[in-house]
Design a protein around this ligand. Structure first.
Ligand SMILES: [Fe+2]
Ligand SMILES: [Fe+2]
Length: 245
């Protein structure tokens, strides 16, 4: 899709170009040594952020099922669902390769968490469904993942992780722009319906953010609850059409 001289199409990239393979070495099953916490260069916050983002990406089969049901697999929608799924799959591939090669997190715990997470899958709220509901929801969701990846890249304090997550965030930005354009067009056709869905999803998102902000607390007996750190602001330039190229 083009508007003037600005390309809105995704630029292909390869996960292997973002992973420092020269840091890799065998684990014990192949004569090397297994993971030890001392091997990680990430802070505890960065580890949690990375694992959360990766497990979120890992649940792609659930997301694929949901958008295929709501958008359908016919015609242009089917092409989009397939392409989107393939692009999203790159994200988990690249992040897992980075984490395992750099020994940033425990690979055994990571896969154990993936098994639990994917077995449970994603369950949408009661009453959720239909193309409009799906479009409005994913507009929020893609923006949220863009911010989450960019913020995690900064928290990692590693230029390799930052570059990788900036690349992934650029994909999420294009996804967000695509869905946002459809939502904007839907406002012209069915404003009351779209504003209802918009209000419902934004209330749900802000509710979950409020809940997450209350999670980090000081240990018992050490005074008031700690305030969750504010994430670094997302670069405004990312919102420009074509910024994900
Ligand atoms: Fe993604
Ligand atoms: Fe995305």
């Amino acid at each position: 899709m083009c508007r003037g001289t600005v390309s809105w199409t995704a630029k292909d990239w390869n996960p292997h170009d973002y992973v420092p393979w020269d840091e890799g070495r065998n684990f014990a099953a192949m004569g090397g040594i297994d993971w030890d916490p001392e091997q990680s260069r990430l802070s505890e916050v960065a580890k949690v952020a990375m694992i959360t983002n990766l497990l979120t990406e890992d649940n792609l089969p659930s997301y694929h099922r949901t958008i295929a049901e709501n958008f359908s697999m016919d015609g242009a929608w089917g092409t989009w669902v397939g392409r989107w799924t393939a692009e999203e799959n790159r994200h988990a591939i690249a992040m897992r390769d980075y984490l395992v090669v750099t020994r940033s997190v425990d690979p055994v715990a990571l896969d154990s968490d993936r098994m639990v997470h994917m077995t449970k899958g994603v369950h949408m709220p009661v009453g959720y469904g239909g193309v409009l509901d799906q479009v409005v929801y994913v507009t929020f969701q893609e923006l949220a993942t863009r911010i989450s990846h960019r913020t995690t890249g900064k928290v990692c304090d590693d230029p390799i992780a930052d570059r990788l997550l900036a690349r992934i965030a650029a994909d999420e930005n294009l996804h967000m722009i695509f869905y946002r354009n459809i939502t904007a067009a839907a406002f012209d056709l069915a404003p009351d319906q779209v504003i209802d869905l918009h209000t419902g999803h934004s209330t749900r998102w802000s509710g979950s953010l409020d809940a997450r902000r209350q999670l980090p607390r000081a240990p018992a007996g050490r005074g008031r609850a700690a305030r969750a750190p504010e994430p670094p602001s997302d670069p405004p330039a990312d919102t420009r059409p074509g910024a994900g190229r």
